[in-house]
Design a protein around this ligand. Structure first.
Ligand code: PMV
Length: 308
């Protein structure tokens, strides 16, 4: 049996603008993960079992652009495995789907690692990351690549599309509470909607993206020097710009307001938006009661994560 696991992630700053070349910051969330087990099967075929998405099928019955099928086909093509071995592939995940926590990229990375190691086709992290980026295009259309990068390397990442990967230092650990609206919203749609609006008024949108990029750069400095008040204010500014970009939602805004009332140093939506998760920066000893107040305000779930 060959096993692999990959974490979730949150985008701290810069979602959407990152698709247009501005910097963004993201960190892994190891409390949630996708896990893949590959075993040799007795019966011919490649049997994929992913109970979380109600999938139990033989590879050849899946559409070729299905992200899981695409990982397997492309990996076998690259490694020149022939004939295909008989395999059972079991995929489970505790990362909520379509909620901004990187579930698709985590499944891709864990599956690629487990399968490549099972068929003795060694891949470097760089290779896995590039491979996962191609698969992300099936999930997201025009992804920036930030999800696959932070999930492959499991490190805080300062990300600019097309540039060498930089990690950033965390001056002092800080605590983020993640609140889930419970609404699943495909990133592909919000990214496509932003593109349509950008095409209509590029000057306006480029200027918003510039502001977001500036915030991401200031946030990196604040994180490196442990200036939490400043970091919180930057989260609020980033959220206001995401609202202007039309990617927030009433449910996200409600949780962000509740976060402010409950004493967050800053709060914003995270990821593709329109649903999914929001994040709040809190004093670490306040995290538990804070998470409770998000649930009282309607969050379906919360996670507390320490960024270090
Ligand atoms: O919804 P998520 O967590 O997959 O994040 C998407 C982030 C975007 O900037 C909206 C898209 C991207 O590819 O970077």
């Amino acid at each position: 049996m060959t096993k692999s696991s990959a974490p979730g992630k949150i985008i701290l700053f810069g979602e959407h603008a990152v698709v247009y070349g501005r910097p963004a910051l993201a960190v892994p969330v190891t409390q949630v993960h996708a896990d893949v087990n590959v075993t040799n099967a007795d019966a011919a075929g490649i049997w994929v079992q992913a109970p979380d998405i109600y999938l139990h099928a033989e590879l050849n019955t899946l559409p070729s652009d299905h992200p899981i099928a695409a990982v397997i086909h492309n990996l076998f093509f690259l490694s020149r495995v022939s004939p295909f071995p008989a395999l059972n592939i079991k995929i489970t995940s505790t990362i909520p789907v379509a909620s901004g926590l990187g579930s698709g990229a985590a499944v891709t990375v864990a599956l690629t690692r487990a399968l490549s190691s099972h068929i003795n086709y060694p891949m470097t992290d760089e290779h896995i990351n590039a491979f996962a980026y191609e698969i992300e295009k099936l999930h997201h259309g025009t992804p920036s690549g930030i999800d696959n990068t932070v999930i492959t390397y499991v490190k805080p990442v300062y990300f600019i599309k097309g540039q060498a990967i930089e990690t950033f230092k965390v001056g002092q650990p800080f605590t983020i509470v993640i609140g889930d609206t419970g609404i699943s919203a495909p990133t592909k749609e919000s990214v496509a909607d932003v593109r349509k609006l950008w095409e209509v008024d590029k000057a306006k949108w480029e200027s918003m993206f510039d502001k977001v990029g500036g915030i991401a750069n200031e946030a990196r400095n604040a994180i490196e020097s442990g200036k939490w008040k400043e970091l919180g204010a930057l989260m609020n500014q980033n959220h206001a710009l995401l609202q202007e970009m039309t990617v927030s939602s009433p449910e996200l805004d409600k949780l962000v307001s509740a976060a402010h009332k409950a004493g967050a140093l800053g709060a914003k939506m995270s990821g593709g938006g329109r649903g999914g998760n929001m994040i709040a920066l809190v004093e670490s000893d306040q995290a538990e009661p804070f998470a409770k107040s998000l649930i009282e305000a309607g969050a379906q779930n919360t996670l507390i994560t320490q960024v270090s």
